[in-house]
Unconditional design. Structure first.
Length: 200
């Protein structure tokens, strides 16, 4: 499957044009957004409407710039948008596990119950590809390295290393846009606001 992943648009008209161009040229099966499409919710409904008009199914989570309840409510107004924070979405034998918000904490205490649910989903879907979509990067990779120190999320790293995850799409740290790394067998990607094509 061909994904067009992006993150941290922050209302950028340039980024939106580049994503629109890639949709036309690459014809991805699905778009995946790892949060922070607004600037502290300013213009949130506007940018969601623009994304919906791309006429592709887009799965997305909230970033630290969006409240999960508001974003969930607004996404319901748009037929092509699927909000997956704390939820699972299946598309063509691929399972997308979403957890948005935060970005600044090393430990995500609120992830415990959702993580247990995700573990059960992975165990009962042994032949499906697993894509974990988070706003914060997992700890200990090139994607969370800032000025020589790691600042990512240890809870997400623990989940990835203890479960079968094929791909993690994340964002938040602008300094690490377009970087890739691996945690054991899991590919970790920060696709940046202009978007990257990922085949899985």
């Amino acid at each position: 499957m061909k994904l067009l992943a992006f993150t941290d648009l922050h209302l950028s008209s340039i980024a939106l044009k580049k994503i629109k161009s890639k949709v036309k040229r690459q014809n991805p099966d699905l778009l995946v957004c790892a949060g922070d499409i607004s600037i502290f919710e300013e213009g949130l409904d506007f940018i969601l409407s623009k994304l919906n008009k791309l006429n592709k199914k887009i799965i997305l989570i909230n970033g630290n710039h969006e409240d999960e309840r508001i974003m969930k409510k607004l996404c319901k107004r748009h037929a092509n948008l699927k909000f997956i924070h704390k939820n699972v979405y299946e598309h063509n034998n691929h399972l997308f596990l979403g957890y948005g918000g935060s970005g600044f904490s090393l430990i995500e205490t609120g992830f415990y119950n959702t993580g247990q649910k995700f573990k059960n989903v992975i165990k009962t879907n042994k032949h499906k590809k697993i894509i974990f979509v988070t706003h914060a990067p997992p700890y200990g990779t090139k994607l969370d390295l800032i000025v020589g120190e790691h600042c990512g999320n240890k809870t997400f790293k623990d989940f990835i290393t203890k479960n079968r995850v094929d791909l993690c799409i994340c964002g938040h740290l602008h300094e690490n846009f377009n970087k890739k790394d691996k945690l054991r067998k899991t590919l970790i990607v920060n696709p940046g606001p202009y978007g990257q094509i990922i085949r899985i």
